[in-house]
Design a protein around this ligand. Structure first.
Ligand code: NAP
Length: 264
């Protein structure tokens, strides 16, 4: 039986304030709930889906933690700076940032429009840069902080047909290393998680996505990951349990990165 609910409260993030971008649903929601289970108060940031964010916020409050819902377009620098001020004035100084928001656009390199390329890079790489810098400016003054970036297995082994996604997530991996080196002197650790195929376990996603289901059957661990598989890795990297780790990516993909499983 796969774990779909947060691990029991270890209190390893007790008293910490976390911000999770895209924290309303999917992987982001699981991260929010795991961090709250570990004792953190959490700001949930979405672009527009307030009702999903508010539903997740209620789940955080049921775990006994504070939640704040913020709407922000993370590709807008001034909005991002105002976001950090809002979160810190309402929840307190930010201890942990999780850059989870992101997106893709279909299209191989020969068919991808320039607009799609720009939009995927802006949504995945530029938003990670803007939010991380805004958060780090606050963390630097306290000489502490942790940042966890969600990239993707496609950053490490390209997936044909999504021409901009893998390259944009490779930029997130490189940015993770860059930030870790520049900010170690300020006590800020920066790591990342690269998920493989992640699907909600109790849905019949295999019927809707038979090609992906076939690929998943060839993974060493022979299943899709769950949002909670990713969340557990994020909570570890964001906590003092990973105190001596910075500039690292954890690939949470059922072992796929080491195989040729995509070659059909
Ligand atoms: N699912 C997978 O199999 C998988 C695999 C590898 C990596 N990943 C990565 O994991 C992360 C989460 O994936 P997911 O599938 O759980 O995501 P999702 O369900 O598509 O949700 C994405 C979230 O990000 C928010 N968002 C996107 N662009 C934004 C922006 N410019 N400003 C503010 N918020 C923004 C969305 O808010 P709104 O709804 O309000 O727009 C939404 O809450 C992404 O970075 C994705 O690339 C996912």
């Amino acid at each position: 039986m796969k774990q779909t609910t947060p691990l029991s409260n270890t209190a390893r993030l007790a008293g910490r304030v976390a911000l999770v971008s895209g924290g309303a649903k999917g992987i982001g929601r699981a991260i929010v709930l795991q961090l709250a289970s570990d004792g953190a108060d959490v700001a949930i940031v979405v672009r527009s889906d307030r009702s999903a964010a508010e539903a997740t916020a209620r789940e955080v409050e049921q775990l006994g933690r504070r939640a704040l819902v913020c709407l922000c377009d993370l590709t807008d620098a001034s909005a991002v700076n105002a976001l950090i001020e809002q979160v810190e004035s309402q929840l307190g100084p930010l201890d942990l940032l999780v850059n989870n928001a992101g997106g893709t656009a279909p299209g191989s390199l020969l068919t991808l429009s320039e607009a799609s390329w720009d939009s995927v890079f802006t949504n995945n790489a530029k938003s990670c840069f803007l939010l991380s810098v805004a958060a780090a400016r606050s963390m630097v003054s306290r000489n502490m902080g942790a940042i966890v970036n969600i990239a993707g297995a496609s950053a490490h082994r390209s997936y044909p047909g999504a021409g901009a996604y893998g390259p944009s997530k490779a930029a997130v991996v490189s940015l993770t290393v860059q930030m870790s080196l520049e900010w170690a002197q300020y006590g800020i650790r920066v790591n990342g998680v690269s998920p493989g195929p992640i699907r909600e376990p109790d849905t019949d996603w295999q019927a809707a996505e038979p090609a992906l289901a076939e690929e998943v059957s060839r993974l060493p661990l022979k299943r899709a990951g769950t949002p909670m598989d990713v969340a557990k890795a994020v909570a570890f990297l964001g906590s003092d349990d990973a105190d001596y780790m910075t500039g690292q990516m954890m690939i949470v993909d059922g072992g796929g990165v080491n195989t040729w499983y995509l070659a059909g």
